[in-house]
Design a protein around this ligand. Structure first.
Ligand code: ARG
Length: 459
């Protein structure tokens, strides 16, 4: 038999495969709360505008409450003959309250309905991710406070560059994540216009009040163009773009944890709860959670580009291709939420190994810049020349098989007579990080300031 919602002109129902390819209920059932909220706002507005009688509206609103209770209790339906969540809600409403249910769809189309539901869902997702990011930031800040003065090598090109503090390194991620929060906030705000009431594509001849529905659903105003309203998925793309960039940051942190946990580095030991063993090599402790976070970031970016590609060739207004918007968005959201939680757990329970970090920082002539700076400051040597002198000192240390602070003064003085024994005050890694007090620098005193600032900001 033909579809009872739209089958008036159809003599036969869809083939089984048509039904399967057409159905989105398996995916969009997840938006049932948003769908019910949209319907409540719509029914209330229709009543207030005199389009629905008070009795009909009351029957519909009570019926929607009953549907909500049922779905809350039993979960939303799964029968794909119902096609999508919008039809599933309306079908259940009709079973509960009879033909009056059919009045709910006055001055509305599934096209504005789905845009509204999905926008509501996406705005909620922005807020959920932002708050999960804040939880991860809090973990990072706590670990940064603990390790404000813990010395590790800072790298460029993954070569030892200058000593830094672990606290400073961890706070770098807090900064990145804050930009993600800000992008999610923007995405949420930019999604502030409500498409409900645009109807199929052209608006409606009924005397609706779109301001009222927009307000009831927490939007700041109605969308201003009905064609754009039903064909726009920028809000999902904004969310996915922000999610992808956040995932990129998580991937970089995950990569560092993986590297640091590798025994030749040995900077960190991951806890039992956040690593796995090998079924053949008993010594192994693998950073699987971090590896999966790194892997998931690729999937999230793929889902973002996938939806970009879905959208890019579509003429106005709605096309069914757009039904493929939700699966990638939901999947990316789930992967991101999981990644955020997994990294928070991994970082919170990790044991850093300061001895290993300090030893690595003290090798590789990481205080060479400090020697050059000392020559500039104390002996008035131009920086370029100081750089050259220091290069010779590094070569001498390399030949002697020692680090810069272990070179005897006589040896340094053969390189440049202006060097005196005060130079040793700056050659230790402790002195080096301690001296980096410029705003934003790695000195423990600066790190503690930033920790205090973040604690206040994230509270
Ligand atoms: N299930 C559809 C979607 O997710 C709802 C909109 C269908 N509209 C239509 N005219 N067929 O996009």
């Amino acid at each position: 038999s033909s579809n009872q919602m739209w089958g008036g002109r159809f003599a036969a129902g869809p083939s089984e495969i048509m039904q399967t390819i057409n159905a989105s209920l398996g995916v969009d059932r997840r938006m049932w709360r948003e769908d019910l909220a949209g319907s409540r706002a719509h029914a209330t507005m229709l009543r207030d505008q005199g389009i629905l009688s008070a009795d009909d509206a009351a029957a519909i609103l009570d019926g929607l409450d009953a549907v909500a209770d049922e779905f809350e209790r039993d979960g939303p339906p799964t029968d794909i003959a119902l096609e999508d969540i919008h039809m599933a809600v309306e079908a259940r409403l009709a079973e509960l309250i009879g033909p009056v249910a059919g009045r709910l769809h006055t001055a509305r189309s599934r096209n504005d309905q789905v845009a509204t539901d999905f926008k509501l869902w996406t705005r909620g997702a922005c807020r959920q991710v932002a708050s999960a990011i804040v939880s991860l930031q809090q973990v990072l800040v706590a670990r940064a406070e603990e390790h404000a003065a813990t010395i590790m090598p800072g790298f460029t090109h993954l070569q030892v560059a200058q000593p830094v503090t672990l606290g400073h390194h961890l706070l770098a991620y807090v900064e990145m994540l804050q930009r993600d929060v800000s992008r999610l906030f923007d995405a949420d705000e930019r999604a502030g216009e409500c498409p409900l009431g645009a109807a199929a594509l052209a608006g409606t001849g009924f005397h609706t009040d779109r301001e009222a529905t927009a307000q009831a659903l927490g939007f700041s105003e109605p969308t201003a163009n009905s064609l754009d309203s039903v064909s726009d998925r920028d809000f999902a793309l904004d969310y996915l773009a922000a999610a992808s960039q956040c995932a990129l940051h998580l991937s970089r942190l995950a990569e560092e944890l993986i590297l640091w946990a590798s025994p030749p580095f040995g900077f960190v030991k991951l806890s039992d709860q956040w690593s796995t063993g090998s079924s053949i090599m008993p010594q192994k402790r693998n950073p699987d959670a971090a590896e999966l976070v790194r892997g998931h970031s690729g999937r999230i970016l793929g889902l973002f580009t996938g939806l970009m590609i879905t959208m890019k060739g579509l003429p106005l207004a709605y096309s069914k291709d757009m039904q493929d918007d939700k699966a990638p968005t939901f999947e990316a959201h789930d992967l991101l939420m999981l990644s955020l939680a997994a990294l928070a757990g991994t970082v919170e329970s990790a044991t850093f190994v300061p001895e290993k970090m300090r030893a690595a920082a003290a090798s590789g002539f990481s205080t060479a810049t400090d020697l050059a700076d000392w020559l500039v400051r104390e002996a008035d040597v131009p920086f370029r020349e100081a750089h050259h002198i220091t290069g010779r000192a590094v070569k001498a240390a390399e030949e002697a098989g020692c680090d810069l602070p272990d070179l005897p003064l006589e040896r340094l003085q053969t390189i440049d007579g202006r060097i005196d024994d005060r130079v040793y005050d700056v050659l230790s890694v402790e002195a080096s990080v301690g001296s980096r007090t410029s705003y934003g620098g790695t000195a423990p005193v600066r790190v503690r300031e930033q920790v205090a600032r973040w604690k206040e900001r994230l509270a």
